[in-house]
Design a protein around this ligand. Structure first.
Ligand code: PLP
Length: 440
């Protein structure tokens, strides 16, 4: 009898070992980790260099409270992180996960506004659907009705604009008019809310679990930056899932060469070796906050030396193994193979993503984009079939107005061609089994 409880889905096998892209349960069954956990384990499991760096740190000190000590590990990770940021983003604040990092980004933006005489600005606009975390502040900017609804009376929900799902709206994602169309919805909303009340716009550069690897249409990101500049709105880039090389660039936003005001990191940052997150902000934002008494925010475990040692070793591995480049190369190959699977299995209505943040979406009719009936719970069922076949993938049923089941295929960035063969064979078999179960 277990004393644990989670979101549902019953009991799972017990994890025994994890090495590279594989995991084994205590019955000896092997799984290929085709989702890097929850898009976390970017450098694969049990990397010897990271384990050695953690062991070395453990021998020295596992905890030093940030108000008492600086630590070499947090200094080193901060310096390495800044090296990887766009110019100007040079101040790092550590936390222990994605939700904490989102909270920190919003609170820093707010305190900066207050410190610089713009205290009327407090609204953080985000998109729907979107997922930015489960704490009440992060939930307020999450566009996922079923997750937010029970808690609505306990928080102040923030305004949302539709995510640019061009593939569903029958718009050409390559046409810059499409990007303008969706980006201009942000400008309309800023004006409707009152420019002087809007603090920031928060988005993922490539959508994660909520939209299933949604890539923004041409011109969207650049236009978003322009709109934020025009209205004095800060641009917060949630790179929790896209960061640390996942999309084939260190940050997802690098694909569009736009400048974020705050970058939010977690997941691949310490790649599952320790709980770690962080925000990176420019001096011009941090300095006024520090000048006026400091950031009124912080967590006990912030900058934990063990987590920071793991993070620094993970960034070293990403560089040493060329994992950003490998994500771009293997991602392009895997995406082409997902397109080939879509030719064979007509139930796949869309394939999308960048680097190794890839997804396909089920549709009952790819022409009308009609989804599979909700009651089939296709997203859950397919994942279970693949799991039984020894392949772990990640899924969601998209909510907030548009229904659809998408499956994320996001293996660790260390994959090679033989792993891709295994993933595609597992998907092919699972798709055939899944289709055989569908009502005629
Ligand atoms: N932001 C994004 C884009 C995420 O995908 C997640 C988690 O899935 C979060 C924030 C929240 O991160 P955490 O679960 O570590 O709190």
């Amino acid at each position: 009898m277990s004393h644990l409880f989670y979101q549902g889905h019953g009991r799972k096998p017990v994890l025994d070992q994890a090495r590279g892209v594989y995991m084994w349960d205590t019955d000896g069954k092997r799984y290929l980790d085709g989702s890097s956990g929850a898009m976390v384990c970017n450098i694969g499991h049990s990397n010897a260099n990271v384990l050695a760096a953690m062991r070395e740190q453990m021998e020295c000190a596992t905890f030093g409270y940030r108000l008492h000590f600086e630590t070499e590990a947090s200094e080193r990770l901060a310096a390495k992180t800044v090296e990887k940021m766009p110019p100007g983003l040079n101040k790092v604040f550590f936390v222990s996960g994605g939700s904490e990092a989102i909270e920190s980004a919003m609170k820093l933006a707010r305190q900066y506004a207050v410190s610089t005489g713009r205290g009327s600005r407090w609204k953080v606009i985000s998109r729907s659907p979107s997922y930015h975390g489960c704490t009440l502040g992060a939930l307020a900017v999450t566009g996922y009705r079923s997750l937010t609804a029970p808690f609505a009376p306990m928080m102040r929900e923030m305004p949302k604009v539709p995510a640019p799902r061009a593939y569903l709206d029958g718009r050409d994602p390559e046409d810059p008019a499409t990007g303008r169309h969706y980006a201009d919805m942000l400008e309309d909303l800023i004006l409707m809310e009152g420019e002087d009340s809007v603090l920031a716009f928060l988005l993922e550069p490539v959508g994660g679990a909520s939209t299933g690897a949604l890539v923004p249409p041409a011109g969207y990101m650049e236009r978003i930056r322009e709109i934020c500049d025009r209205h004095g709105v800060l641009l917060i880039m949630d790179e929790v899932m896209t960061g640390a090389g996942r999309t084939g660039a260190f940050l997802g936003c690098e694909h569009w060469n736009i400048r974020p005001d705050i970058v939010v990191l977690s997941k691949g940052f310490a790649a599952g070796y320790a709980p770690l997150g962080g925000i990176v902000a420019p001096d011009w934002m941090v300095a006024p906050v520090l000048d006026q008494g400091g950031f009124a925010h912080g967590f006990t475990y912030a900058g934990n030396p063990l987590a920071c040692a793991a993070g620094a070793a993970v960034l070293d591995e990403i560089d040493a193994q060329g994992l950003v480049e490998n994500a771009a190369l293997m991602g392009a190959r895997l995406k082409a193979r997902l397109h080939a699977l879509a030719q064979k299995h007509e139930i796949i209505g869309d394939v999308r993503g960048k680097g190794l943040l890839l997804a396909f979406e089920f549709m009952a009719d790819p022409v009308t984009k009609r989804p599979l009936p909700k009651e089939l719970r296709a997203f859950d069922r397919f994942v279970q079939i693949a799991y039984d076949n020894g392949l772990i993938v990640y899924s969601r049923r998209t909510r907030d107005g548009v229904e659809g089941d998408h499956i994320l295929v996001c293996p660790p960035l260390i994959v090679g061609d033989t792993h891709l063969d295994e993933i595609v064979e597992g998907l092919d078999l699972s798709l055939s089994q899944f289709r055989a179960e569908l009502p005629a």
